[in-house]
Design a protein around this ligand. Structure first.
Ligand code: UD1
Length: 335
């Protein structure tokens, strides 16, 4: 099949592009390179020995986007492009709504105009906000607590309305839990701009000596060791989830919501401990106050994806830390 991948140079986009190429698909990769580098896609081609067609365009550039749809005959679109820093979304909400919501509107308008009705969208467990009881199931209420999360809810609602209005659409809304890890080659991985907001890339930068210590946001939660618990999912499992969802869309119409998580929670201290074993060194940390907006515990009920897609996460925290460390150790400055 011929697949358009938006945000292909990013962390999850690049790992999924790799699997699409390995599965024999033709990929047209779009990215504005705002938070990513083309080098990730160069390496994807090096690993797979297959080539992609890359276009550096922004989804807000509806003219260029439409031109691509006019020229290519896509079977489906995997839509990863978007901004994802929670703190930044409070400071620049309009930029978040513009990129994530208006960008997606441009994309689906071009798709409809050119008769492409299959779409996989990168949503997030953030849509559950602080209200859900664990494990989180797909029909838990949506209640984002920041502008970034609201962009994900809004896009989910827009795509739900679209599918209700026009039965030709097949849409997968994939709610990612906490992605970590890297391709086992160590050639591609997560390359955050500036100080990482998320735990695992921060721990990795401490392990490689770029930062002095991990700051643990709260050790007074009602959890076994007092630190926050999350559902860390290996990025290769996540990428495989996209391939499974794409397969499902080929034979069905409608809008589907699937959690992509492992169903298991790990605490901040467990992650630090497992990463320190993978890296073979002590990782210094200090306990600090809670981060505003954090919940104590979040993990998925992944049974819907297992039942509908035959997909479940296979890799554990140990492998995630080993793979993440291989990438970080060999690419201490990222790409
Ligand atoms: C965060 C975002 C979420 C987003 C997701 C994307 C917030 C409040 N939530 O989720 O909206 O969808 O990233 O991947 O920002 N931690 C530390 N020290 C750190 C970093 C994190 O102790 O330096 C702790 C956190 O308190 C939390 C856990 O590690 O308990 C995981 O944090 P993080 O990786 O930021 O993910 P989420 O908070 O789940």
């Amino acid at each position: 099949m011929k697949i358009l991948v938006t945000g292909a140079a990013g962390y999850i986009g690049s790992h999924t592009t790799l699997l699409l190429l390995e599965a024999g698909h033709d990929v047209v990769a779009l990215d504005n390179l705002a938070n990513s580098k083309y080098e990730s896609l160069r390496r994807v081609q090096e690993i797979t020995q297959k080539s992609i067609s890359f276009r550096q365009i922004d989804l807000l550039d509806d003219f260029s986007l439409d031109e691509i749809f006019a020229r290519e005959n896509f079977d489906a679109v995997l839509h990863f492009a978007g901004l994802k820093a929670v703190g930044e979304s409070f400071v620049e909400p309009l930029r978040y709504y513009q990129n994530n919501v208006a960008g997606t509107l441009n994309l689906v308008q071009s798709m409809a105009k050119h008769g492409v009705y299959k779409l996989v969208f990168s949503s997030s467990a953030t849509v559950y906000g602080a209200s859900g009881t664990v494990p989180l199931v797909e029909n838990s209420p949506m209640a984002a607590v920041n502008p970034y999360g609201r962009t994900k809810i809004q896009v989910e609602e827009i795509l739900g309305d679209l599918s209700a209005a026009d039965p030709r659409w097949s849409i997968a809304l994939l709610r990612y839990f906490n992605p970590a890890g890297a391709h086992p080659s160590g050639l591609i991985g997560e390359d955050p701009e500036g100080a990482p907001n998320n735990l695992v890339p921060f721990v990795a930068q401490v392990a490689v000596g770029q930062r002095p210590r991990v700051v643990v946001f709260g050790a007074d939660y009602e959890t076994d060791d007092g630190t926050g618990v999350r559902d860390y999912i290996h990025v290769m499992d996540l990428a495989e989830g996209h391939i499974a969802a794409l397969g499902h869309l080929m034979t069905s119409t409608g809008a589907y919501r699937w959690n992509l998580g492992t169903g298991r929670g790990a605490s901040v201290l467990e992650v630090i401990d497992e990463f320190s074993k993978a890296a073979g060194k002590t990782i210094v940390y200090e306990i600090a106050p809670r981060r505003q907006g954090d919940v104590a515990v979040s993990y998925a009920d992944p049974s819907a994806a297992r039942a509908d897609l035959g997909w479940s996460a296979e890799r554990d925290l140990k492998q995630m830390c080993q793979d993440h460390w291989r990438w970080q150790r060999t690419n201490p400055q990222g790409y």
